[in-house]
Structures are given as C-alpha cells and as structure tokens.
Design a protein around this ligand. Structure first.
Ligand code: HEC
Ligand code: HEC
Length: 256
C-alpha cells in the first residue's frame, strides 16, 4: 500500500515537473502570442504614438492557405518566418534577422507607432519582445515554411503607372464591396466612416473623379504613409479594379 502511494506521489511529481517545464518553455512564446495581438505591446508603447494597430491587424498567425478564414490581410502569414532567414528583400539579414523579429521590428515602429519608413530602425524593438515574437513564430511554424512570395518595392512612378493601368480596367462593383469588407474595414469601417484611415466617400465628389480613382488604385497597390501596400498575390489588379468600381459607384450615388 505504502509503495503504491509513493509510486503515485512520484508520478504526480513527474507530471508536475513536465507541466512546469512545458510552461517554462512556452512562457516566452505565450508572451509573443499576446504581443502579436496587443496594440499597446503590454503597455510599453507610448499612447500618444500608438496607431491602434496590432501585428494581428495585418498578419495571420496560422496557415491561411490550409485554413482560410476569408479575411484579406495586407501582410503575409507569419507562419514560416523563422525559416526565411532574411526580410525586406535581404535588407534585414544575419544576426539582425532574429533581433528584428524576422522583419517584424520594421512593422513595430512604422505601423504600430507611425515612425516614417526612412527613420525606422528595425532592431529598435526591445530584445525580449523580439525574442518572444520569434519564439511564438517558431511554435506556430514547426516545419511549415509558410507562403512563398516576392515583394517588389515600387517607386513613385511605378505606383502612379500601376494606379493608372488599374483604373483603366473595368471592375465589378458588387465583388468590390465584398473585397472591401474582407480587406479594408479594419481601418476604413465603412466608406462613409473614418477609422484609422480617412472617410473615403464624402458628400462632395472629388473634382476630377478619374484622376482620383487612378491615385486611389495606386495607393492600394503601393501603400501610403500608414496604409499598407497590397502585393499582387494578395490583391490582383482585377481585385483592385473591382474595389475601385465599388468606390466610384459609392461616390456617384452619394455625392452631388
Ligand atoms: C498595417 C499592417 C501591418 C501591421 C500592423 C504589421 N505588419 Fe508586418 N508587414 C506588413 C506588410 C504589408 C509587410 C510586407 C511584406 C509581407 O507582405 O509580408 C509586412 C512584413 C512583415 C514581415 C516580413 C518581412 C519580410 O520582408 O519578409 C514580418 C515578419 C512582419 N511583417 C511581422 C510583423 C509583426 C511582428 C508586427 C507587429 C509588431 C507587424 N508585422 C505589424 C503589414 C503590417
Ligand atoms: C492598416 C490600416 C489601413 C488599411 C487596412 C487600409 N487602409 Fe486605406 N488608408 C489608411 C490610412 C491611415 C490612410 C491615410 C494616410 C495614408 O495615406 O496612409 C488611408 C488612405 C486611403 C485612401 C486615400 C484616401 C484619400 O482621400 O486620399 C484610399 C482610397 C484607401 N485608403 C483605400 C483603402 C482600401 C480600398 C483598402 C483595402 C484594400 C484600405 N484602404 C486598407 C489606412 C488603411
């Protein structure tokens, strides 16, 4: 009997040890998971600089191809980040890669705190936060290498040309409305309501609607100061043309 009890006790101790070490192993990753969803970064971001965006506003932390949820996020899934080894088209690599949370350090300054892109230091994110994010990315990635994509950084002229080309295409406004709902409402809660982004449809129509639509199409493809760009594998030219057709309809039906 006594032997049985001590065996049981021993087992319980082993179990407690296993649970404890597992908890210890995943504490860092758990912190990373919470940071990923937290626009205040555990309260460390200056409230006067915070945009209200979290990493999760623009990135999935699961495999979107295997388990699509219908949301269109500007950034790619962070599944596979630890396998990439470099970010920002090779601008962040070597020891800086982990220190910059796989490139997330750029987003941390620019999208969460409005630091202009040319002033961003991708390794300015606190080291413990970068580590926690990377630990979380490792847990959710495992062997999954994540989505394959190539980012072409467009200059001003390329953005203008892309906008003009897209605005010249014909688009399906009702599909555009659905795409708007899936991609844009995080920041533009409706076309007539401002959120993190401005109100898009006002009571007064833009003076030159064709030029405005071309500029807007370019903004979606190329991004703005805070608005993220949408790469062609996330929104195709036709998708953007559909969104533009929807926005044009809304302007023409609203404005005088
Ligand atoms: C407003 C949208 C937005 C927010 C918020 C945002 N990102 Fe990003 N992020 C992007 C876009 C757009 C890219 C461009 C590359 C891509 O599509 O992955 C990107 C790139 C990245 C990359 C890959 C860089 C590369 O070139 O391979 C990582 C990693 C990343 N973000 C992590 C984060 C983390 C961590 C946070 C939170 C601190 C965050 N992002 C917040 C939009 C965002
Ligand atoms: C992460 C937030 C965010 C997301 C997501 C976002 N926007 Fe924006 N958008 C902004 C901000 C902020 C501005 C204004 C400043 C700037 O240019 O960055 C803006 C500006 C714009 C403008 C220019 C308005 C003007 O009067 O010049 C258009 C058009 C626009 N957004 C459309 C869209 C569409 C369409 C989508 C979805 C495909 C989208 N946005 C997704 C934040 C966002």
């Amino acid at each position: 009997m006594r032997k049985f009890v001590s065996l049981g006790l021993c087992g319980a101790l082993i179990m407690a040890f296993v649970v404890l070490t597992q908890a210890q192993m995943s504490d860092k990753a758990q912190l990373g998971r919470e940071l990923f969803h937290d626009p205040t970064f555990k309260g460390t971001i200056d409230p006067s600089k915070a945009t209200g965006l979290a990493c999760a506003s623009c990135h999935a932390d699961f495999d979107e191809t295997a388990k699509p949820d219908g949301v269109i996020r500007a950034g790619h899934s962070v599944v596979g980040v630890p396998h990439r080894g470099e970010a920002k088209g090779g601008m962040i690599k070597g020891a800086d890669f982990a220190r910059a949370a796989g490139g997330g350090g750029f987003c941390y300054e620019h999208f969460l705190q409005r630091v202009p892109p040319d002033k961003v230091n991708p390794t300015a994110i606190p080291a413990e936060h970068a580590e926690a994010l990377m630990a979380y990315f490792e847990v959710i990635s495992g062997d999954n290498k994540g989505p394959e994509f190539e980012i072409a950084m467009l200059d001003k002229d390329a953005i203008k040309k892309a906008g003009e080309d897209i605005a010249a295409m014909s688009g399906d406004a009702s599909n555009g409305w659905q795409l708007f709902g899936r991609a844009c409402i995080t920041c533009h809660p409706s076309v007539k309501k401002a959120g993190i982004g401005p109100q898009l449809v006002r009571s007064r129509a833009p003076r030159n609607i064709d030029a405005t639509m071309a500029r807007w199409a370019g903004k979606i493809r190329g991004g703005g100061s805070l608005m993220p760009f949408y790469a062609p594998d996330i929104l195709s030219d036709q998708d953007i043309a559909d969104i533009i057709a929807f926005l044009r309809d809304q302007i023409e039906n609203t404005a005088k």
